[in-house]
Design a binder for this molecule. Structure first.
Ligand code: SF4
Length: 368
């Protein structure tokens, strides 16, 4: 990330946020909100009205909720805040194709979220952890270490914030897709991720179709099996990046402890139960995993699965010495996968010049 395009340099130098005496409204699940309103003698449907204001309309104050009785608005304002999570800063690509936001959570942790402009609507790339414990050697988040899991409200709020920002540019803007490709590993915080997905998919939430949400993971078999058993038709993307256990363990020290055969077996189960195609992400790295033998091993490994392969170009990350593979290696992989009838796309991340590409998010604006 170059200094000119980075978000303001160091949030640790920013004034500390005032202590939050009010509870974050987004920390509530809808059943909790219903219970509270019933205790207060309010009808159950008020919960859905409030939910719609907070999630679908992105209200920042209870005062904006004009169809909620004034006394209830005052009572809510005395106890909750809709603005516990603060937007510290944002930076956009000059052509508007990507904007990265730094959000400060209630306890001061900072996470990054990316809004990507697509041909039809917007995609939000959400973070599910502050940092990441997995330490993949090509990833700024991994290099910066792990701080904590995010709660469901902190994950879903990132989508609310991005939807609000997109509407600011164009009131008719819609969030069409969500990808769990920001900071952190979703399968290590799966309950919160699934709860966040439920919130944004609800019709009174943001009404996003589950099939437009992709969980991107290094692939822990137990988590893949949990996802396979989950009723929502979520997309699954596996960060594979190697065709041998040895190279994978070198690139992804924690994830690489899972043997590739166990990972592929869990993917087979997922594909069978869901009737879904799995995306495999493969970061092509010069002299590491870009040989002709690698391409053939990749075909042997995943050729039996309904799949799509994304060949990724390494994004620059300070301190990472690896180099992207040559254009010839990309063509070679494409040719060998094509011959095996495995659909394959060469992907270049959006937002690279603003440090918003895959592997570039680092949180705390100092440092998948
Ligand atoms: S690539 Fe993903 S799993 Fe690996 S360190 Fe980065 S955020 Fe964590």
């Amino acid at each position: 990330m170059s200094d000119q395009t980075a978000l303001p340099s160091d949030v640790q130098g920013w004034p500390a946020s005032p202590p939050h005496e009010l509870q974050d409204f987004y920390s509530l699940a809808i059943p909790e909100l219903e219970r509270l309103l019933l205790e207060w003698g309010e009808p159950r449907y008020r919960a859905r009205q409030l939910w719609k204001w907070a999630y679908a309309r992105g209200a920042t104050r209870f005062d904006e909720m004009t169809d909620i009785p004034k006394e209830l608005r005052s009572r809510l304002s005395a106890r909750f805040s809709l603005a516990t999570i603060e937007s510290l800063a944002s930076v956009s690509e000059p052509d508007g194709s990507a904007t990265k936001f730094a959000l400060r959570l209630g306890d001061g942790e900072v996470v990054e979220t990316v809004l990507l402009k697509e041909r039809h609507g917007y995609t939000v790339c959400v973070s599910c952890q502050a940092g990441c414990p997995l330490g993949c050697v090509f990833c700024a988040t991994g290099l910066a270490g792990f701080r904590r899991n995010l709660a469901a409200g902190e994950i879903s709020y990132q989508v609310v914030h991005c939807a609000r920002e997109a509407r600011r540019a164009n009131p008719r803007s819609q969030i069409s897709n969500i990808v769990f490709m920001g900071m952190g590993e979703p399968l290590l915080n799966l309950d919160a991720c699934l709860e966040a997905i439920d919130r944004v998919c609800r019709p009174e939430g943001l009404g996003i179709a589950p099939k437009r949400i992709t969980i991107s993971t290094v692939g822990f078999p137990e988590g893949i099996r949990r996802l396979a058993a989950h009723p929502a038709p979520l997309g699954l993307a596996i960060s594979l990046h190697a065709t041998s256990d040895r190279v994978r363990a070198m690139l992804m020290p924690a994830a690489g402890r899972v043997p590739l055969r166990d990972l592929v077996a869990a993917c087979e189960e997922y594909a069978r139960r869901k009737g879904a195609r799995i995306t495999f992400e493969y970061l092509l790295l010069q002299g590491v995993n870009d040989s002709e033998a690698d391409a053939h091993r990749l075909v042997s490994l995943i050729g039996q699965l309904p799949t799509h392969v994304n060949l990724l170009v390494l994004n620059p990350v300070p301190g990472v010495e690896l180099r992207p593979a040559s254009p010839a290696a990309f063509m070679l992989f494409q040719r060998i996968l094509g011959r095996a009838r495995i659909p394959c796309t060469i992907r270049v991340s959006k937002g690279v010049s603003i440090g918003a590409g895959c592997g570039q998010l680092r949180g705390a604006l100092t440092a998948h």
